[in-house]
Design a protein around this ligand. Sequence first.
Ligand code: AMP
Ligand code: GLY
Length: 430
Amino acid sequence: MKVLILGSGGREHALAWKLSRSSKVDSIIVCPGNPGMEITPKVSTDNLSWKEKDNFIKRIEQLNPDYVVIGPEDPLANGVADWLREKKIPVVGPSAAAAKLESSKIFAKNFMQKYDIPTASFKTVGSVEEGYTYLESLPMEKGIVVKADALAGGKGVVVTDKLDLAKSAVYDFLDNKDCSISTKEILFEEMLRGKELSAFALCDGTNYVTLGYACDYKRVFDNDLGPNTGGMGGYQPQGWPSESVKRKIDEVFRKTLLGMEKEGNTFNGFLFVGLMIENEEINVIEYNVRMGDPETQILMPTLNIDLHDYLKKVANHSLNESIDISSKQKSCVHIVLTSGGYPSIDKTPLNTNNPISYPVEYNDPTDGSIHLFFAGVNRNNKNELVNSGGRVMGVSAVGSTTEEAKELAYSQIKNFNFKGMHYRQDIARI
Ligand code: AMP
Ligand code: GLY
């Protein structure tokens, strides 16, 4: 069996590593991948880009994988899963139409309203003037959430109780040519309170496999200070959420998949639901149509199954049951190591090209409690691994409790180093 994965980050490394553990998988090619992934047995990389469609399809046909797994949202929103299905290449990933659950927040809100899926109340506007008038009519002390209707890598959302900040978000997203985010419509949402949780399922039409739950840390500094990032780490919670909340989350997956089927957008691939939970009540904040990064690095190390069995069924539309395969016995904590300067919102260059030192025994760990997943790395002319991107690599530690996993992760991280390296000290400090 040969599996091809699209993407280049820690998420794709974690998926590739989990597949490499299957005795049925002979090789895994990650496109474009990164050189750090190649430490994992059976894993190679191929500098193939999906952005040139004809060349991409031709090369995939040459490589002839048994199935393809699409990691990030961009290729999904651009229809790469549709291209592959047209060529009869089995693929794990939703169509562009189904990927609108993530690529259009307004589509997702209307969908949730139609199918009775709990979510914050909302309003859409199409002009700055309309946006300002609406904001001025609100009691700001309750707070408001302003969202751009675009894929914005987490940067298109402002949560605030300050009228001037809410207004500048409206102007920036709709009219400011210097803002990196541009949208035709704005979404206002009621501000939800509570604790956030992400839930993950691997779906084939209306059947799905529950993969588990994770809490992540988005801000760059301890105590949730500093700008938002792609994710600085996270953990698998234990004893929370309650069984009754898990049943409510299950209901969200079920209604979402049934609704998508009814709309003629049958969903095939990973579904990631971002939730706010307060007093056992749940609300969906957002959908993502892929695995999370770093949530994949949190969930894969404790999954006690052969992931390939399920991915193969999903790719071939033959998952004919819904089951829960999430880990009940173990917990995992993941800490992301970033380059100095990340997330560089003022566009100052990151401190890169620094050789990375780490305990090489973790390249192929014997007891399986520490795993390294590489992301923004490259090789220099001495063939040393150097940091080349914002999120460089992550360390996942597995324990019988979250506390044990956290202690292990932080005790080992002292042995990792590169110039400018930064990580949060408070991951899983619950
Ligand atoms: P999103 O890109 O929609 O996931 O939003 C990014 C983050 O903004 C979420 O992870 C939440 O922390 C926060 N957020 C989004 N929507 C709301 C909401 N309605 N109420 C409170 N916080 C929110
Ligand atoms: N960690 C959040 C995401 O992957 O979107």
